[in-house]
Design a protein around this ligand. Structure first.
Ligand SMILES: NC(=O)c1ccc[n+]([C@@H]2O[C@H](COP(=O)([O-])OP(=O)(O)OC[C@H]3O[C@@H](n4cnc5c(N)ncnc54)[C@H](OP(=O)(O)O)[C@@H]3O)[C@@H](O)[C@H]2O)c1
Length: 271
C-alpha cells in the first residue's frame, strides 16, 4: 500500500509472544509463503530471531519490510537513539523500514516521541516512521508536530471493534491503519456470519477476516500464527474478493465493549 512514499506490504506477519528457534522456523516458513512484511518490537524481545530468520530464509533484505517499535521506557532523549541502535544490531540490518512508538503514554510526551522518530530518519536508521495505539486526537497532534510524514497508526482492529472515528482521522492525515488482533483472540471463529461467508468462498474464517481488513482503504493487516501449517492459508488473501454486501455484513458485527488490548498505564482515552 503506497502511503506518502512508503510501500507498506498490505499483509504483515506478527511475532508477538514468539521467540527462539520456533519463531525462526515460523518466519522462514512465512517468508517462504510470500510474507514480505514482519512486525516486531523492542518489547517482544525477539528482534534477534527476526534478523536470524531473514538470513536463514535467504530472501534479500531489500525485499523485506521490517516494522519495529520503540518501547515506552526508551522515549527519553538519552535512550531513544541508543535503543534504535540496539534494534538495528539485533535485527542485523542497517535500516528499519518502519519505526513506530509502541504506546502514547507511560514514557515521555508525544513531542519527545516524534522528535526521536524524526531523528532516526535523519540519521538513516529508519526509512519511515509512525505511531501505535494513538487515538485520533493524538494522531492529529503528532502529524502537526512531525516534520516527516507519519505513515501508520498500528492499532487493534477486527470485525467487532468500530474504528470509524480513527479511520476518518487516518484519511485526513494521509496515513494508514495497521491492524492488530484481527482474529479478536479467537472470537471471529465463533461468528456464524463469518463462517457462512467463508463457506461460500471455500475459504477459512481467518482468510475472510484478513481479506475484510485489507479490502478497506488504508488498512494493512497483521497476521500471527504459531502453527506453520496455517501460514500458507493466511497468506492467500489476494486471490479472492468480498462483495460489498459481505464487507458491510462483516462491518455490521461491530459491538460496544469489544476492545481487547487496553493496558491502563499505556493506553489513551480511545475514540
Ligand atoms: N502495537 C501493539 O500494541 C500490538 C498489540 C498486539 C499485537 N500486535 C502485533 O500484531 C500481531 C498480530 O496480532 P495478534 O497476535 O493478536 O494476532 P491475530 O492474527 O489477531 O490472532 C492470532 C491468533 O489467531 C490464531 N490464528 C491465526 N491464524 C489462524 C487460522 N488460520 N486458523 C485458526 N486460528 C488462527 C492464532 O492461533 P495459532 O497461533 O494457534 O494459529 C492466534 O491465537 C502481533 O503478533 C504483533 O506483531 C501489536
Amino acid at each position: 500500500m503506497p502511503v506518502q512514499g512508503a510501500h507498506i506490504p498490505a499483509l504483515g506477519f506478527g511475532t508477538y509472544g514468539m521467540n527462539g528457534p520456533h519463531l525462526r522456523n515460523v518466519l522462514v516458513a512465512a517468508l517462504g509463503h510470500g510474507f514480505r512484511h514482519i512486525d516486531t518490537a523492542q518489547m517482544y524481545g525477539n528482534e534477534a530471531e527476526v534478523g536470524a530468520a531473514i538470513r536463514d530464509a535467504g530472501v534479500s533484505r531489500s525485499e523485506i519490510f521490517i516494522t519495529t517499535k520503540v518501547w515506552v521506557a526508551n522515549y527519553g532523549a538519552a535512550q531513544f537513539a541508543p535503543s534504535v541502535d540496539q534494534s538495528l544490531r539485533k535485527l542485523k540490518t542497517d535500516y528499519i523500514d518502519l519505526l513506530l512508538v509502541h504506546w502514547p503514554r507511560g514514557g515521555a510526551p508525544i513531542a519527545a516521541q516524534i522528535e526521536g522518530l524524526n531523528r532516526a530518519v535523519e540519521q538513516g536508521k529508519a526509512r519511515h516512521i509512525g505511531v501505535s495505539n494513538y487515538n485520533a486526537e493524538m494522531l492529529r497532534t503528532a502529524v502537526k508536530m512531525s516534520p516527516r510524514h507519519l505513515v501508520t497508526n498500528q492499532v487493534e482492529y477486527h470485525p467487532f471493534l468500530d474504528q470509524t472515528a480513527l479511520l476518518r482521522q487516518i484519511a485526513a492525515s494521509d496515513a494508514s491503519l495497521m491492524a492488530y488482533c484481527g482474529m479478536a483472540v479467537g472470537r471471529v471463529f465463533g461468528s456464524e456470519i463469518l463462517r457462512d461467508i467463508a463457506a461460500k468462498h471455500e475459504r477459512s474464517v481467518a482468510q475472510v477476516v484478513l481479506r475484510w481488513l485489507i479490502q478497506q482503504p488504508r488498512v494493512v493487516a497483521l497476521s500471527r500464527t504459531e502453527k506453520i501449517e496455517r501460514i500458507a492459508g493466511n497468506a492467500a488473501v489476494f486471490d479472492f474478493a468480498l462483495s460489498e454486501a459481505e464487507m458491510a455484513a462483516i462491518t455490521a458485527l461491530r459491538a460496544p465493549d469489544s476492545r481487547i488490548v487496553d493496558p491502563g498505564h499505556l493506553a489513551p482515552a480511545w475514540d
